[in-house]
Design a binder for this molecule. Structure first.
Ligand code: BG6
Length: 486
């Protein structure tokens, strides 16, 4: 087998990080660069220029960064490793509305690039979506954004708009400053190790690949369940809700990756687009479910309902749970629907893609439907569920055959942000949703949101710590199926 899954080292690169003091940067982005460096995967010519309002010297920025990394890195924190990384940190003080700040940033980027010998430039925008237009304009204004420059990249974080229309304007804005090959839209689920392995597993193993169609698969279930609540993000979440927050991006990308035809290298986006174009929803009253958590016991303690969370409207109609049945109208999936669900304050934190196989009609009682489960988190791994005869008895029992990355490999799974930062530096676009992918996913989400707006009574309460609203269970029952246990 050709081993094409090795990790090359990116070209020397200077990165300007906007929103460097924000939650995402402190918890994920900065630690990811430390972890990559620790693993020997950053180029020797690497520079990270923090851009923020604070009155920091370069040394003060490095000191602050050290604390964020120490608290949040995945690999062991090592003073010596950090002292080697430290000279790669730079700082430029500024605000988004001030042109002069961007000229200063340009100067600092030039200095960093010269000192580190870096030709590539990356602008990492970990900022609120409302600030995108201004920052992109400023980058253009000071000559830092050039669609023809092959050494320039921009990385942007979700949300990519609130609906199809706003996503289109955001994409138009980006394409006024950058060419499509320069833009990397982060969907962090695509950086998760199990998700990155979906294609290789299927491509390299007939054990999985041979089952990959409705010939054997009865239906596919994709779940992103969370036990946590809204966690102080009410200002954003009140306007988003579960469908916009997770279904539109993470779930639709997982669907596209699972349902696509096997791509040749470099064809991944094209194949995902084919799937997204073939997605069809109908009769949403019967094929979707929408819920909001009420007070209950979650993770062993009593927790308030969504409406009682700080910053949430006491009469809020925001969905904290969403489920949807989608038909993928391609020959491969004919007759095998995809069921998506996501929710906060559910019984467990669990994300997985499950291919539930067709049941053998002659199966004696006690037999269980076979399933191939790709567990994204927690405990990344793959397993098969099947039935076996209980020893010495004439009855069947459920059994499991499994693989876990943790048990198999000495090296732990990288964090999603390590994989994605590396891919972006290497210019690998396949694990970043394209403009068209985001718009196609919004089209489906908009249809769902519009239906829910017309039918507000579809919102159903579910107790925190439960498996979601009854309407979700009914959605499956109507098709003679049931959700997998959380
Ligand atoms: C984010 C959503 O994209 O994904 C959050 O905005 C959600 O609401 C999070 O909690 C889940 O990600 P993970 O990696 O913790 O499963």
């Amino acid at each position: 087998m050709e081993n094409s899954y090795w990790s090359p080292i990116p070209e020397p690169c200077a990165i300007a990080l906007f929103g460097v003091t924000g939650h995402l940067s402190r918890h994920k982005i900065l630690p990811a660069f430390y972890d990559l460096f620790h693993r020997g995967l950053l180029p020797a010519g690497f520079a990270l220029v923090g851009f923020a309002r604070r009155e920091w010297s370069r040394e003060e920025f490095a000191l602050w960064t050290k604390e964020q990394i120490r608290e949040n890195c995945r690999t062991k924190f090592d003073e010596e490793v950090f002292s080697l990384l430290c000279p790669h940190f730079y700082f430029s003080k500024g605000t988004f509305d001030d042109e002069e700040s961007f000229r200063a940033l340009k100067g600092e980027m030039e200095r960093a690039s010269k000192e580190q010998g870096a030709r590539e430039k990356m602008f990492y925008l970990s900022i609120p979506p409302a600030s995108f237009p201004l920052v992109v304009e400023r980058l253009k204004g000071c000559g830092l954004a050039d669609p023809k420059d092959p050494f320039q990249k921009v990385v942007i974080e979700k949300p990519f708009g609130w609906d199809l229309e706003s996503a289109r304007s955001l994409n138009a804005l980006l394409s006024s400053a950058f060419s499509s090959s320069q833009v990397f839209r982060v969907d962090h689920y695509l950086g998760k190790e199990m998700v990155q392995d979906l294609l290789p597993l299927r491509r390299e193993n007939p054990l999985f690949g041979a089952l990959w169609s409705s010939k054997y698969v009865d239906h596919v279930e994709i779940s992103v369940a969370e036990s946590a609540g809204v966690e102080g993000r009410a200002a954003y979440y009140e306007k988003a809700g579960a469908a916009r927050d997770v279904l539109q991006n993470h779930l639709m990308q997982l669907l596209a990756l699972t349902a696509m035809e096997e791509p040749k290298r470099g064809e991944e986006r094209e194949k995902k687009i084919e799937v997204l174009k073939s997605c069809s929803v109908s009769d949403l009253k019967r094929t979707s479910a929408r819920g909001q958590y009420s007070a209950g016991f979650a993770s062993g303690k009593f927790v308030p309902g969504y409406r009682q969370e700080p910053g949430v409207d006491p009469l809020s109609f925001t969905d904290t749970f969403a489920a949807l049945k989608i038909q993928v109208l391609t020959p491969r999936w004919e007759g095998a629907p995809f069921y998506l669900r996501t929710g906060k304050r559910l019984a467990k934190r669990s994300a997985e893609v499950a291919l539930v196989l067709k049941q053998n009609e002659t199966l004696p009682s006690g037999g269980n439907a076979n399933a191939l489960v790709f567990r994204i988190q927690p405990g990344e791994g793959v397993w098969a569920e099947f039935s076996t005869k209980a020893p010495g008895k004439e009855i069947l029992r459920e059994a499991r055959m499994g693989f876990s990355y943790k048990a198999e490999f000495a090296e732990g799974c990288p964090e999603a942000y390590e994989n994605l930062a590396l891919d972006a530096m290497l210019g690998r676009t396949s694990m970043f949703p394209s403009e068209e992918e985001t718009e196609l996913s919004w089209k489906i989400t908009d249809e769902l949101e519009e239906f829910w707006k017309r039918e507000p009574s579809t919102l159903e309460f579910y107790e925190a710590g439960s498996c979601g609203p009854n309407s979700a269970a009914k959605l499956m029952e109507r098709d003679g199926r049931k959700w997998r246990k959380l």
